[in-house]
Structure formats: structure tokens, C-alpha cells
Design a protein around this ligand. Structure first.
Ligand SMILES: Nc1ncnc2c1ncn2[C@@H]1O[C@H](COP(=O)(O)OS(=O)(=O)O)[C@@H](OP(=O)(O)O)[C@H]1O
Ligand SMILES: [Mg+2]
Length: 478
């Protein structure tokens, strides 16, 4: 794969931002690491593919495909990918290659599971929706995806190498009154695992029983990261979108010593025509009735992924039902939008105003000159819209006191950054994933942008309007 030259720490350009260089920020906040955790400030020309200063490694995409094809057809992947051991990897820090491929395959599998559950949910009863103690809807898909991802990561990477922090805990599912639900989860997990060979994995020798499924789920901690290198999983991010038949995401990331080093976002309902992003229902109806999708069509659903420092973000279509995933499965590179004129730019935000103040972002949009209607999208799909170039800005301003969880952002942040975008808190600082379950020291809100200029304008607008806003008032009162 070509490597973007900006990704090499020694050659990374230093850009002034809010009076600081990225180097200054890195050393202040991440003194212990060799990675550049900060947003990548690229010169504008890097928005265009042809202006990349690319280093072509000895590992070309086609070579990668050959190697990975070999090990994906083998059963355990343990011996796969000899490129992992060559000198190039050591020289450029191109590590986590195997983890990335396993994660993408696992997320593909999880998306397939979610699609089936969502289909049932929409077409039939509501009996797969469960009320959690906090009253948010939780589905069979949440637990099943967590079980699948946990099981696959442990089987392929080795149980002792895998720590996972994930949203669902096993308590409510273990209660006797949840026996029916547990049975549905076990069935869902086993029918998904029966298809493991299609995704390049070896299935279990026998179907998993309830205890094994519970064990896979509970291997994930929902409170503290179990070690300095761990996976963060949101099995179904955007639960509301999921139960409403709309956008949701399967989000998996690998965090190593506080750095998000891999991000994988499965977006099963992402329409390939961005105009349909906010019209999923109508889109689905029209497409399925009038123009049945071709076998290999890209009409809906993708997995987007990136590795920190690679300067690249990739998108695969979802594997069609019954088809085999042949790596790299028509992966295409994605890149943020080149639009930097606010009048032409689209900003997206959470659908629910309880999750982010719509009135505050409307004020910001007005002062920055963002003229288009906000694109309201459930889940981390919002990060995908920025990485794919379908929107230019994502803003989230939660109520004062809300603590953002790492699994709601980690995968999206690294994907947007590697696609050429910028993600910081509202104070211009990189999001800090080094403190366990929650983002550390988050200043007011989260902003992701396609370019540094747009980003800086928004940050200035936040500063100018915060104190007089109800969010600012709330902060003073608390
Ligand atoms: N009060 C409050 N404020 C801010 N954020 C909250 C809040 N409550 C929950 N959450 C977390 O936000 C996740 C959903 O965020 P979204 O951006 O998808 O919001 S929305 O559904 O589009 O409105 C949601 O993720 P899921 O639970 O996976 O859906 C939560 O982790
Ligand atoms: Mg979530």
C-alpha cells in the first residue's frame, strides 16, 4: 500500500494551530509515545489524490491481496501474511496489519448479523427489543455482535493477546427472566458463526452453548480497560437508529497506550448515494421495489477502516449474503471533501437534541456561514460521512456533565484523520483516549472537519458564543 509521506513522524510538517504546533501538543499531552496522536494538519493540496507524496512500499496492494487471500482461505490465520515480518514493517511502523484484517472481517460478519436482526425487527415483532435499566433500547444484535467479535478476536489472535472494553455487560442477559432472550442470542450467534468460513474464519467445532456465549460476552469489560493495549467495541452504535430501521454502526478500534491505532466502522445502511443518507426508508422502498440491486451492487452498506499513521482510509462494500469475502473485497480509498467554503459545506450532527444541542450548532453554523440544513444522522456513521467526503463538518455538543465514552468515538476519529480530516475537542485539542472508559478532559464538544481552515473557524465561533449560550450557562451553574 502506498504510504502517505506525512505519516512519517520525522517528515511530518508542523502546522501552527491555536498558537501551537502539532509537535508542541504531542509532547505536552503524549510525552510517552512515538506516534503523532494529533489531528493531521495537511496543506490544502493534500486533499487531492494526485498531490500525495507517496512512498510505495515493497508491499503493493496486489501483493497484499495475494498473501491475505492465502491466509484467509486457511482456517486460523495464525500463519498468514509473511509481510508482517519483513523489514519494511519495522522501518515504517506499519504494524497491526493482521489485527486490522481480522477486525475488518469480524465487523463484516457482525454487519451481516445486524442486517438480519434489523430486518426481522422491522418486518415482524418488537420482541427483540429489551428495556435496559436506563431505559435505552437494547437488542439481540448488541449482545450477539459482542459475543461474535469477542469470540473471533480471541480465536484468531489468541485469547491471551486480546483485551476488550465493550458497551454491554452480561448481567441483564444472565438473569433467569431473560432466558428467552438468551436463547435468541445463542441462536443468533450460532447461525452467524456457521457462516464464519465465508469471512475467512474457522467456525467452532460445535455450536456454542449458552455458557460459552455468556463467557464470550463477559470477556469484555464495560468499566475499565483490562490492559494498556485493548480493543474498544460498540456492538451497535446508534441504538435508536437501529430500532428505527435507520443508520447505525458497528464500531471496533484498537487502542495501544492511549493511542487509537486502528479503527473499523461497519455502516450497514450507508447509502452509496449520499442524497439518500437522510431518506433511508424511502430509498430502501424505492430501490427494493423498482430496481432490485445487482449481486455486487454498492447500493447500501460498507465497512470503513484505517490504521493510524498510514495516511489512508479504506472502504469495502458489505459482503452480499451467501458470498465469500475475498480480501481486499473491492476496497476503495476514501478521502475527505475538498470543499472549504462554508457556504458549500454540509455539517452533520446527532439526530436527538438530547445528545447534542441543536440550537447551539445552529448558532455556530450561522456565524461560520454554513448555509445548508444540518444533516442529522444516527451513530458514528457521522464520522463516516466526513471520511467519505459526503459532509464537511461533524459537531457534537452534549449537555454539561455528560462524559463521552471512548467506544463512541475511537474508530471514527482515526478514520477521519487518516482520510485527511481533523478531529479535536472544541478547544482544538486532540481527543484523549488514554484514561479508560471516558474521553479525558474534553473541552466542551467534539468537532470533526474535512479541513483545518473550516475547523479553525468553528473553534473560533465556539469561543465567541459559548459564554452567552445555554450550554455555557449550564457549565457555570454546575
Ligand atoms: N445525554 C447524552 N448526550 C450525549 N451523548 C449521549 C447521551 N446519552 C447517550 N449518549 C451517547 O451518544 C450515542 C449516540 O450518539 P449519536 O451521535 O448517535 O446520537 S443520535 O442517536 O444521533 O441522537 C449513544 O450511543 P449508543 O448508545 O450506542 O446509541 C450514547 O453512547
Ligand atoms: Mg454508542
Amino acid at each position: 500500500m502506498p504510504l502517505n509521506c506525512w505519516s512519517l513522524a520525522s517528515r511530518a510538517p508542523r502546522f501552527q494551530f491555536l498558537g501551537q504546533t502539532t509537535d508542541t501538543l504531542r509532547h505536552r499531552r503524549y510525552p510517552h509515545t512515538q506516534f503523532n496522536p494529533c489531528y493531521r494538519f495537511m496543506p490544502k493540496t493534500t486533499h487531492h489524490h494526485q498531490s500525495y507524496c507517496s512512498l510505495h512500499s515493497s508491499v503493493s496492494t496486489s501483493k497484499l491481496g495475494q498473501d491475505q487471500g492465502r491466509f484467509s482461505s486457511s482456517t486460523t490465520m495464525e500463519n498468514g501474511g509473511h509481510y508482517l515480518r519483513n523489514g519494511f514493517q519495522a522501518a515504517t511502523g506499519e504494524s497491526y496489519t493482521k489485527e486490522l484484517e481480522v477486525a475488518v472481517r469480524a465487523v463484516q460478519m457482525a454487519c451481516s448479523l445486524c442486517q438480519k436482526v434489523q430486518q426481522k425487527l422491522i418486518s415482524k415483532s418488537q420482541d427483540q427489543v429489551q428495556a435496559k435499566e436506563d431505559n435505552s433500547p437494547v437488542t439481540v444484535a448488541d449482545w450477539s455482535v459482542q459475543a461474535i467479535v469477542s469470540w473471533i478476536l480471541c480465536e484468531t489472535l489468541g485469547r491471551s493477546n486480546v483485551s476488550i472494553i465493550a458497551e454491554e455487560d452480561v448481567q441483564s442477559l444472565s438473569k433467569t427472566r431473560a432466558a428467552g432472550l438468551l436463547e435468541t442470542v445463542v441462536q443468533t450467534v450460532n447461525s452467524c458463526l456457521a457462516e464464519a468460513p465465508l469471512f475467512g474464519f474457522q467456525p467452532p467445532e460445535a455450536p456454542l452453548d449458552a455458557l460459552q456465549v455468556l463467557e464470550a460476552i463477559s470477556r469484555c469489560s464495560s468499566t475499565m480497560p483490562p490492559s494498556s493495549k485493548f480493543w474498544a467495541l460498540d456492538p451497535v452504535d446508534g441504538t435508536l437508529g437501529f430500532v428505527r430501521g435507520d443508520q447505525y454502526a458497528v464500531a471496533l478500534s484498537l487502542i495501544d497506550h492511549g493511542e487509537v491505532v486502528l479503527g473499523v466502522l461497519g455502516c450497514p445502511n450507508y447509502p452509496m448515494r449520499k442524497e439518500w443518507l437522510s431518506y433511508h426508508h424511502r430509498y430502501h422502498r424505492i430501490v427494493s421495489r423498482l430496481t432490485p440491486p445487482a449481486e455486487d451492487s454498492w447500493d447500501k452498506g460498507c465497512v470503513i477502516y484505517a490504521r493510524k499513521g498510514s495516511g489512508e482510509a479504506w472502504m469495502q462494500p458489505l459482503v452480499q449474503e451467501g458470498k465469500k469475502l475475498v480480501w481486499p473485497n473491492s476496497a476503495r480509498r476514501v478521502r475527505v471533501s475538498a470543499v472549504d467554503n462554508p457556504e458549500m459545506a454540509t455539517f452533520c450532527e446527532p439526530v436527538e437534541k438530547a445528545n447534542s444541542s441543536h440550537s447551539f450548532t445552529a448558532g455556530l453554523a450561522h456565524s461560520v456561514g454554513l448555509r445548508k440544513q444540518p444533516l442529522r444522522v444516527y451513530s458514528m456513521v457521522k464520522y463516516a460521512t466526513i471520511a467519505r467526503g459526503d459532509a464537511e463538518v461533524f459537531m457534537k455538543f452534549a449537555r454539561t456533565g455528560y462524559k463521552e465514552k471512548i467506544w463512541d468515538h475511537a474508530a471514527g476519529v482515526v478514520i477521519v484523520q487518516e482520510a485527511g480530516g481533523v478531529v479535536t475537542d472544541a478547544g482544538g485539542r486532540p481527543l484523549d483516549f488514554s484514561g479508560g472508559l471516558y474521553l479525558q478532559g474534553l473541552d466542551r464538544g467534539i468537532i470533526a472537519s474535512a479541513g483545518a481552515e473550516l475547523h479553525e473557524r468553528i473553534i473560533k465561533a465556539v469561543d465567541a458564543s459559548w459564554n452567552s449560550s445555554s450550554l455555557g450557562e449550564g457549565e457555570k451553574a454546575s
